[in-house]
Structures are given as C-alpha cells and as structure tokens.
Design a protein around this ligand. Structure first.
Ligand code: PMV
Length: 320
C-alpha cells in the first residue's frame, strides 16, 4: 500500500530575522508544495527524481547526502519517537519546478510531508503541534540554525503569527499577495550568520530594531484579521525600512539589495499599498499587497523592473 502526502511552502510576511531572536513574525503557507509517496520496503530508500538521486540509507548513518538529508533525518527522528515497524521507500517531488531556486519551498515542506506520510502509513495519530515539534527538531538537527517558521507554515498552513516553537494560527481570509522573484537566490544560513555577528557587536542597536519589528508584527496581525490591507501594506513598508537599516558587512542596504529596492519601488509606484523583501533578504522574493483593481498594474511593473512574477496562492492548507 502506498501513502501520499503533501506540504506547502512558505513566505515570511513580516518579522524575518527578528524571529530568530525570540520576537514574533507572520508567515503564510504558499502553494509551492512538495509531495511524498511512501511504502513499506525491505530497506530505507529515498528517491528524489527532481534531483536525480536515489539513496539507500540506514538509521545509524552518521550523516546523509545534502539532497536527502531532511527526508532521511525526518525518518530517523520519527523512528526515535515511535519505533518504525518496517523500513520505508520514499519518493519526494516538488510540484513547482523552480520552487527551490526562488526560496518559496523549503526543506521544511519535505520534512513535514515525510512526517505526515509516516504517521498516516503506520496509523500513528499526531496532533499538529506534535508534528510541528518533530519537524522543527529535524530542521535544527540538519541545519543547526533557524526559527522554525517554515515548519510552522508547512504543518499548520494558512497564515500564522509565530514565535520560536509557538505557532499561533490567525484569521486571514482574503489575504492575497503579489510575489516577485529577484532572479538571485538568497543564501539564508550565510545571511543569518552575518546578522548574528552584527548582533554580537551591537546588541543594543539590534535589540531595538527587533523590538520595533515585533510591534509592527502585532499591528499587522490585527490588520490581517480585520482585512485592512491598506494598513497591512504600510506596516510592510515600515518593516522594510528596518531591514534596510540592519547593517551587514559587504551589503550597503542592510539585508535588502539594489534589485529588491527596485522591485519594491516599482510595485509602490504602480499603486501597491506596501511591498517588502520576504525571508533572509539580499535575494529571493519580494511581496506586495495592492488594491484588487491595481494588482495587474503592480505585477506588470515588477516584471518591467526585472522581477519574475510567481503565480502561487498564499494562505493555503498545511500538510495533508
Ligand atoms: O530565506 P528564508 O525564506 O528561508 O527565510 C529566513 C527567515 C529568517 O528569519 C531570516 C531565518 C529564520 O529561520 O527565521
């Protein structure tokens, strides 16, 4: 018998970086899903046809190849908690082929889809919070750093206020964003480390920025619940200013960049309520929120400025 599962990708709405330092952020699940099919097998195998890899492994391997490390570690963590009755063969696929490059999909989607498939396959009932805890533990085991916001989006779906380890779903009906890819991948771990070095050097400066960002996050949560998109847009603009003020060595615009600023300005000039980078910064995507009647113009303006519009819904369901 084969068990299928899927988990969405994520987009940070507000609060990136600050969330690493214990502040709240807002994350939404994006329709950039990873699917998993899983069956019992005589050995542990992971097939990732997108990455042209098929890897046989054991639960005691000291490490796994990069391409399969999240899926294999997820199996290992699940086994440590529930003792698997048999080995499994897993096939993972990303439904949006460019997903990895644009930063919407995540290792967290793979992790959540594998965990969900394992729990269904072996009829082990898991509450969402338990599933999330297992996913976050897996992510930390593999990449050492990260707030876990991506695991929260992959497991819970929808839109969440999130503080490290604590997902809090919010009422977010009607949320619609324009997503523009900068053409440059973001190197999340590297940027997070650079920011950490700066925080060590100037803790007062950064703690203040993070506190201010958290205030915006709290106001933005209310704006989302009230469908007050104009206020959400101006809070996004304010968050972007703080991201620009984060001083990172070798970057002149904080964790922003020239191309990010260009895409943001084109969206605002075309009538968006607000626009900002999403995620670690320097590359990956910008997000914009606009009045419905302006959405096409905003998309065209971002494309003219050199961005690629990513046609993916936000606020979609979590792992299922
Ligand atoms: O680059 P992304 O989309 O993976 O987002 C990273 C967000 C950070 O807050 C910078 C890091 C984190 O783990 O929360």
């Amino acid at each position: 018998m084969e068990t299928m599962s899927r988990a969405p990708g994520k987009l940070m709405l507000l609060g990136e970086h600050a969330v690493v330092y214990g502040r709240k952020c807002i994350v939404t699940a994006v329709d950039a899903p990873v699917t998993v099919s899983l069956r019992s097998h005589e050995k542990f195998v992971i097939n990732a046809p997108d990455l042209k890899i098929s890897h046989e492994f054991t639960l005691s391997d000291p490490e796994y190849p990069k391409e399969v490390s999240f899926a294999a570690t997820a199996v290992k963590m699940f086994n440590a908690k529930f003792a698997l009755p048999s080995p499994v063969s897993i096939t993972t696929k990303s439904l949006l082929s460019s997903e990895r490059k644009v930063g919407l999909g995540s290792s967290a989607s793979v992790t959540a889809a594998v965990m969900k498939a394992l729990s269904n396959h072996f009829s082990i009932k898991l509450e969402k919070k338990e599933l999330f805890d297992l996913c976050y533990k897996t992510i930390l085991e593999v990449q050492k750093v990260g707030s876990g916001f991506d695991a929260a989006a992959a497991v819970f779906g929808g839109t969440l206020m999130y503080k490290k380890g604590q997902p809090m779903p919010i009422k977010s009906e009607g949320l619609d964003l324009t997503i523009g890819y900068t053409g440059m991948p973001a190197h999340t771990t590297e940027i997070v480390r650079k920011v950490a070095a700066q925080v060590d050097e100037q803790p007062g400066y950064y703690e203040n920025i993070f506190d201010e960002i958290e205030k915006l996050v709290i106001m933005a949560t209310k704006a989302i619940e009230e469908k007050d998109w104009a206020s959400l847009g101006s809070l996004m603009n304010e968050n972007q200013e703080f991201l620009r003020e984060m001083q990172v060595p070798s970057e002149e615009l904080g964790v922003s960049s020239e191309i990010i600023e260009k895409l943001i300005n084109s969206a605002l000039d075309a009538g968006a309520y607000g626009a900002k980078l999403s995620g670690a910064g320097v590359g990956d995507c910008i997000i914009a929120i606009s009045p419905i009647e302006r959405k096409n113009e905003v998309e065209e303006a971002i494309a003219r400025a050199g961005g690629t519009i990513i046609d993916a819904k936000v606020n979609v369901p979590g792992a299922e």
